[in-house]
Ligand binder design. Structure first.
Ligand code: M6R
Length: 602
């Protein structure tokens, strides 16, 4: 969480930094700040609680700067406030620093070195600047050595950008576990948590690796390892279609991203096919998975829900037993593994700390792994053995939509390719199945007014809602509930429909919305029976069913698709219900309270 940017060059740094922070707001948006130095080497700090626009209002428009650093925050230690917002400064104001990550031992460092110091903020970050001051002012170390000494004390994760007032025109940067990129320009250089933040300035980026330090001036990018040895690393070209980063005519990114899903499915198919049009996945990945006796899918949130669907695909199409685990649980409570485990990390951002901590121990044990991600060059992608990309384009709304459908599509292709090679299945139908699903998704999107109407009738005022279903419908119910609760703030749960009568039905009262998915032939009758049980207790029900199983009184009817791909389509009305519920309740759909897009702390 949190996003950081830095610029050094000859243009005015202020608009560049603010624009960069706008692009990083998805990483956290409870407070923000800037430190800039003008051409007379005078430093200015601006901070504000709230969004980047609140920070904009704080900035003296007459201030021009050629160097600066900025931060947008998702609070971990200390409430969102201007005081806790970054940058933080040493008391002499010589050192100014922004930080993304969590310093786990900040209390111990404070007790050992800064016992007498009255800290201004409640953050874990502030001790870093005071330790820099301690080593440089008390122990007279040069800045770089003071930084090295300070970093050697830190336990936890950090991406930091530091300006030493006595060395104007230089930004020092360092990282451990949290991402940080260095961007190269002609006569300027930048740093950022994500290339998106600086893509307007440059598309040439160099990754900083864990425990490295960068010294960034307008003409040079110097990278050193922890011992101070210089390293050379080539830049890569970041490829973004700048239109992908804009909302265009849409009021919210989420609306745009929901609408993009048919195109995303088609793009996924295109990306995983040969010139002859056959579905194809890199043979080394297929071979590694064929050698495995059990797949372990590790993920969080929506990606975990996609993983649950993936299990059905891998077991039924590839014939490989598959387990799905919540990353934050698996890392510290690892079950007994099979003889030849193969790990699959699913992560839109590729930066989720919970998943990364599992990958670190998977790597220690030398198990092969695959990351399925939307983010080229992300931490999980770099650190796992193999990567498959989602090709979904940047997903900016906190509520994940197109990543979910892309994740399922990639796993559908992968499972079919493996199944064909293994002889579990004999016919390739997935390309056709996915294109049928894309058409079905489009038809639901085209009837979004109907879903808006349902949201306004059922979800405008309620405090609780329940999604139910069986089999794959149950898995979609879990995702539907997450989507609705995170952006509407309605307390929502997803249940296996058959479980209702084992406890949850006690919560049903007059008017409680129950949204049921009915897309599975074998269990449709049972789910409808469960719906009746809730109606008998006063629930307001909405039924989302599939053509062929639908009844005239059902509310949303999705076109028939391959039975393993129903989640791709049945999730769309759920995404739209969540979107409209949030909109009608007056929430910020894209930036729900307390959340951030990329969860980079455990
Ligand atoms: O980037 P990841 O896919 O690893 O993120 C995992 C979750 O944090 C994410 O899916 C989260 O649950 C979304 N806000 C759900 O909409």
């Amino acid at each position: 969480m949190c996003g950081i940017v830095g610029y050094v060059g000859s243009k005015n740094a202020v608009p560049i930094l603010l624009n960069g922070l706008d692009k990083l707001e998805y990483r956290g948006y409870d407070s923000a700040g800037l430190y800039i130095m003008n051409n007379r080497n005078e430093g200015f700090v601006f901070k504000a609680k709230g969004r980047i626009n609140a920070l904009r209002e704080e900035i003296d428009p007459s201030v021009q700067a050629s160097v600066g650093i900025g931060h947008t925050r998702w609070a971990t230690h200390g409430e969102p406030s201007a005081i806790n917002a970054h940058p933080h400064q040493s008391f002499s104001q010589r050192f100014t620093l922004v930080h993304n990550g969590v310093i786990e031992n900040y209390q111990e460092i404070k007790e050992q070195y800064l016992d007498e110091t009255l800290l201004l903020s409640d953050t874990d970050t502030e001790i870093i600047v005071h330790m820099l001051a301690y080593f440089s002012e008390k122990e007279h170390l040069p800045t770089l050595d003071a930084l090295r000494q300070t970093l050697s004390l830190l336990k936890g994760s950090y991406a930091i950008a530091l300006i030493d007032e006595s060395q104007p025109g230089t930004i020092f940067a360092a990282k451990n576990k949290s991402p940080l990129l260095l961007g190269k320009g002609e006569g300027f250089n930048v740093i950022c948590s994500d290339a998106m933040a600086m893509i307007k300035e440059t598309n040439q980026f160099v990754e900083l690796m864990d425990k490295e330090i960068a010294i960034v001036t307008k003409d040079e990018l110097i990278i050193e390892n922890a011992n101070g040895d210089s390293l050379s690393r080539d830049a890569y070209t970041a490829e973004f279609d700048s239109e992908d980063l804009e909302k265009g005519a849409y009021p919210y990114y989420m609306a745009k991203e929901i609408d993009e899903q048919p195109a995303v499915l088609r793009r996924v198919v295109q990306a995983y096919q040969t010139q002859e049009g056959n579905l194809h996945v890199d043979q080394v990945i297929v071979d590694a998975m064929l050698q495995s006796d059990r797949l372990y899918i590790i993920a969080a949130g929506t990606s975990y829900h996609a993983g649950l669907v993936g299990k059905r695909l891998f077991e039924q199409l590839s014939g490989i037993p598959t387990e799905v685990h919540v990353a934050s649980e698996f890392g510290y409570h690892m079950p007994i593994l099979s003889n030849n485990p193969f790990f699959i990390f699913i992560s839109q951002s590729g930066e989720t700390a919970d998943s990364r901590q599992v990958l670190v121990s998977v790597n220690e044990k030398n198990y092969p792994s695959l990351t399925i991600t939307n983010a080229v060059g992300s931490t999980l992608s770099r650190e796992s053995t193999f990567t498959l990309l989602l090709h979904a384009g940047p997903e900016i709304a906190v509520a994940s939509t197109k990543a979910y459908t892309a994740q399922i599509s990639v796993m559908a292709i992968l499972s079919e390719v493996i199944g064909l090679e293994k002889g579990v299945i004999t016919e390739s139908t997935m390309k056709h199945n996915l294109s049928t699903a894309a058409v079905a998704i489009q038809s639901i999107i085209e009837s979004k007014e109907l879903i808006e109407d349902l949201a306004s009738k059922q979800l405008s005022l309620t405090d609780h809602a329940f999604f139910i279903g069986r089999g794959l419908d149950h898995l979609v119910a879990l995702e539907a509930a997450l989507k609705l609760k995170e952006i509407s703030y309605i307390h929502t749960e997803g249940f296996a429909a058959g479980e209702l009568k084992h406890g949850t039905i006690a919560l049903i009262e007059k008017g409680t919305p129950i949204i049921a998915f009915v897309t599975e032939k074998t269990t449709a009758g049972h789910t409808r029976g469960n719906v009746q049980e809730t109606i008998a207790r006063g629930a307001n029900t909405v039924i989302i069913s599939m053509d062929g199983l639908s009844r005239p009184e059902d509310h949303v009817i999705i076109p028939e698709v391959h039975p393993l791909l129903t989640p791709l389509v049945s999730v769309i009305p759920a995404q739209l219900l969540a979107y409209y519920a949030s909109l009608h309740r007056g929430n910020d759909v894209d930036k729900p309270r307390n959340l951030a897009k990329s969860v980079t702390v455990e």
